[in-house]
Design a protein around this ligand. Sequence first.
Ligand code: 5HY
Length: 235
Amino acid sequence: MRILVINPNTTASMTAKIGAAARAVASPGTVITAVNPLRGPASIEGYYDEAFSVPGLLEEIAKGEAAGVDGHVIACFDDTGLEAARSLATAPVIGIGEAAFHMASLLAHRFSVVTTLSRSIAAIETNLMKYGLIARCARVRAAEVPVLALEDPHSDARARISEEIERAKIEDRAEAIVLGCAGMADLAADLTARHGVVVVDGVSAAVKLAEGLAALGLRTSKSGAYAPPLEKARG
Ligand code: 5HY
């Protein structure tokens, strides 16, 4: 089985981290290919960056489809370009945000999300409403760390994320924590042990969901919402 994991931002070190997290949970027969577009934002922090990341994301989806991959993972917590990608693909396309929300909802009555900057909160809340899971999310919190600070071992990003997790446990009565950035994928095990709470990482959740759908032979529905794009000039 082959799963394509796409980091829609262009930071190669984050792509490598994401790929390692994906391979750590992939089944023995699954080959993980982790890629990022050559053009686009170095990090996705809000709606404007999202817009610039979608063309490159869709190019990678198209390449994966041409290569016949069994599933795609969009490794950006905003699930950037998810619906457009599903319109282009026949293989399943899983966003790490949606995957993490569903996994957390199977593990806890209420969960909180800890993401990077406050400017990312609205898109995450909007996705929770779109997916029908807003009622299970106590709060979407921001640790106030820039996405690329997660690539700097000397930043205080981990400490800030930990502080926000402790606040969520007390103030939100959160029974599980969802890590709201693909760049946090390497932190889940340590944070789970440190805070004594279920911590869900979207990269690993999405990989297992993609594997499961592919193993069942289930593919993206092409009737209706995700019907193939119409032929036309697009610049
Ligand atoms: C992500 N941005 O997972 C999102 C998280 C965020 O570049 N990768 C990014 O902060 O919105």
